[in-house]
Design a protein around this ligand. Structure first.
Ligand SMILES: Cc1cc2nc3c(=O)[nH]c(=O)nc-3n(C[C@H](O)[C@H](O)[C@H](O)COP(=O)(O)OP(=O)(O)OC[C@H]3O[C@@H](n4cnc5c(N)ncnc54)[C@H](O)[C@@H]3O)c2cc1C
Length: 473
C-alpha cells in the first residue's frame, strides 16, 4: 500500500491561512445564560451563513442568532477542494433520479450559483480566489471512458451539449499533459475558490449584517415547541424558527438519519511549483476530476500549489464524527498516490499538508432541505461531496422555509422530492463498508489493467440491485 509523506491534521491549510489573514481573531463569545431570537441557526458553515445572509436581506427585521460548535469554517466549509458548480456536470446521474423536466429545472437554478457568489464577493470587496476556469472530467483508465461518454450524451440529449463538451486525448493534453489521460469532457460551469477565505468572508458579512454569532457553542439538545429550545453547555436559546445546518452531524439526528450516511474525503496539498505546472501546461485554472466512483479531484491554487483529493475515506457509523474523518492516514496516502499516478509530470513535487473531513452522502446523491413535520425546525444536508456551490442554493431554500414562503426556491427538487431511505445501522455501516471495499478493489484493478475479482464485482453491483444510489458504479 502507498504511504503518506504527511500525516493528516487540522486545521486545514485553507483555514489556517484565512485566519492568519484576519490576524487570528478570538472566537465570538459563547452563549452564556438564556437568550431569545426570532431565528436560531445551528452551524457556521456555508449553509448556515448563506441562510443567515439570505434571511437578513429578505426580512431585515428578524433577530437572527447563529450557534457554532467550534469556529465558523471548522467543518468541511473550511477544508474542501474549493470546486464550485451547480448541476450541469452531474446531469447524467441526476436525470435518472429526477427525470428530464425536474433535472433541467435544477440545472437552471444551479446556473445562478457562481454569478451569485461572484456578485456577493464583488459587492463586499472580498477576494476569495474565485477563478472561473471550468471543470474537466478525465478518463484515467479504459473502464472510465464510459462515464465521459454518458456525460456528453446526457447533455446532448437535453439540447445542452454546450454544458458537457467531449475532448479527445489531444484536446485534454492542451489543457493538462498526463500520459494516463485518455480523453475527457469539459464542463464550463465550474469555478474554484479559496474555501477558507470564502467561509470567513461569509462570517464577516453575517456579523456586519447584525447576526448574533456564538462560537464554541455546541448545541446538545433540540426541543421542538413554540418557541423551540436549543440547549448548549452555557445556556438555552429559544426561537420560534430553527435551522439545523450541521451537515454531516445531521446523520446522527433521527429525522434525517435514514436518508444519509457519512464518508471521509481527504486532500493533500503540495508545495508551490508554478514552473512544474507550466511544464505540464496546467495554467488555465481548471478544476479536474477523474472517472472513479470515489473520485480523485484536483486543482491548482493562486500560489502555484496542487491540491489532490480522494473521496475514498472510511464510512461513518450512526452520524458519529470522529477521527476517521480527520486522521485517516491510508486515505491521505491514496490521495498522494493519485497525485503521483495522475500527474507524473510534476516529478517529485513535495506534499506539505494533508487533511480530511466528513462527506454527508444522501441516498440519491442530492441534498435535501425540509421542515420537520409538525414543527418549525428546518434542516438541510446530503450534499454528497458537492456542497460548496449548492449550499448557496441551500441558503435560499432554508430562508424561504423559515419565512413560510411557497416560491421558486421551495419548489426546487432539492426541497420537494422524496429522498430514498438507507438501511438502518449497523447494516448501513457493514453494507456500505463492503460496497466501498468492492468498488475500490474494482477501480484499482481497472487502473492496473487487471480484471477485477468476481467477489468485488458482485459486491460493487449490490447498491444498484437494491435501487440505492449510494456507492453506485
Ligand atoms: C475534504 C473535502 C473536500 C471537499 N471538496 C468539495 C469541493 O471541492 N466542492 C464541493 O462542492 N464540495 C466539497 N466538499 C463538500 C463541502 O465542503 C460541503 O458540502 C459543504 O462545506 C457543506 O457546508 P455546510 O455548511 O452544510 O457544512 P459544514 O461546513 O460542515 O458546517 C457545519 C457546521 O456545523 C457545526 N456543528 C456541527 N454540529 C454542531 C452542533 N451540535 N452545534 C453547533 N454547531 C455544530 C460544525 O462545527 C460546522 O462548522 C468537500 C468536503 C470535504 C470534507
Amino acid at each position: 500500500m502507498a504511504s503518506a509523506s504527511v500525516v493528516p491534521r487540522l486545521p486545514s491549510w485553507w483555514l489556517e491561512q484565512a485566519l492568519a489573514a484576519e490576524g487570528d481573531p478570538p472566537p465570538a463569545v459563547a452563549l452564556a445564560g438564556d437568550a431569545t431570537a426570532d431565528v436560531a441557526i445551528v452551524g457556521g458553515g456555508y449553509t448556515g451563513l448563506w441562510t443567515a445572509l439570505a434571511l437578513r436581506e429578505r426580512a431585515p427585521e428578524l433577530r437572527i442568532a447563529l450557534l457554532e460548535a467550534e469556529i465558523c469554517g471548522h467543518g468541511p466549509s473550511g477544508r474542501n477542494g474549493g470546486f464550485v458548480h451547480g448541476y450541469w456536470a452531474a446531469l447524467a446521474s441526476v436525470l435518472p433520479v429526477l427525470g428530464e423536466e425536474r433535472a433541467l429545472e435544477l440545472a437552471r437554478a444551479g446556473e445562478r450559483i457562481i454569478p451569485g457568489i461572484r456578485a456577493w464577493a464583488e459587492a463586499r470587496g472580498e477576494d476569495v480566489w474565485l477563478r472561473e476556469g471550468g471543470m474537466l472530467e478525465v478518463s484515467a483508465a479504459p473502464a472510465q471512458d464510459g462515464g465521459v461518454e454518458k456525460a456528453v450524451a446526457a447533455a446532448a440529449r437535453v439540447g445542452r451539449g454546450d454544458q458537457a463538451v467531449a475532448l479527445t486525448r489531444g484536446e485534454v493534453g492542451q489543457r493538462i499533459s498526463s500520459p494516463v489521460f485518455r480523453g475527457g469532457v469539459f464542463y464550463p460551469e465550474c469555478a474554484t475558490v479559496h474555501p477558507g477565505l470564502l467561509v470567513r468572508a461569509l462570517r464577516r458579512a453575517a456579523l456586519d449584517a447584525g447576526v448574533t454569532l456564538h462560537e464554541e457553542t455546541p448545541v446538545t439538545g433540540v426541543r421542538a415547541g413554540s418557541p423551540n429550545e436549543l440547549q448548549t453547555p452555557g445556556g438555552v436559546l429559544r426561537a420560534p424558527e430553527v435551522v439545523l445546518a450541521t451537515n454531516a452531524a445531521l446523520t446522527g439526528w433521527a429525522p434525517a438519519a435514514r436518508n444519509m450516511t457519512n464518508f471521509g474525503s481527504y486532500v493533500v496539498l503540495t508545495e508551490p511549483a508554478p514552473e512544474a505546472l507550466a511544464e505540464i501546461g496546467w495554467t488555465g485554472g481548471e478544476a479536474i476530476v477523474d472517472g472513479r466512483m470515489f473520485l480523485h479531484y484536483f486543482r491548482t491554487t493562486e500560489d502555484g500549489r496542487v491540491l489532490m483529493g480522494s473521496g475514498s475515506g472510511p464510512i461513518g457509523y450512526g452520524g458519529r464524527i470522529d477521527e476517521r474523518f480527520s486522521r485517516d492516514v491510508p486515505t491521505a496516502a491514496r490521495a498522494e498516490a493519485g497525485l503521483r499516478r495522475l500527474l507524473p509530470g510534476l516529478g517529485g513535487i513535495r506534499v506539505e499538508r494533508a487533511w480530511g473531513g466528513p462527506i454527508d452522502v444522501s441516498a440519491d446523491h442530492l441534498p435535501f432541505f425540509r421542515t420537520q413535520p409538525g414543527t418549525r425546525i428546518h434542516y438541510g444536508a446530503g450534499y454528497s461531496g458537492h456542497g460548496v456551490g449548492p449550499s448557496w442554493l441551500g441558503g435560499q431554500i432554508l430562508a424561504s422555509l423559515v419565512l413560510g414562503a411557497d416560491d421558486e426556491w421551495t419548489r426546487l427538487p432539492l426541497a420537494a422530492r422524496r429522498v430514498p431511505r438507507l438501511p438502518p445501522e449497523p447494516l448501513r455501516r457493514v453494507g456500505g463498508g463492503l460496497v466501498r471495499w468492492a468498488i475500490m478493489a474494482c477501480e484499482a484493478a481497472e487502473e492496473e489493467g487487471r480484471q477485477p475479482r468476481l467477489a468485488a464485482r458482485a459486491a460493487a453491483a449490490l447498491p444498484r440491485l437494491l435501487g440505492i444510489e449510494l456507492g453506485t458504479r
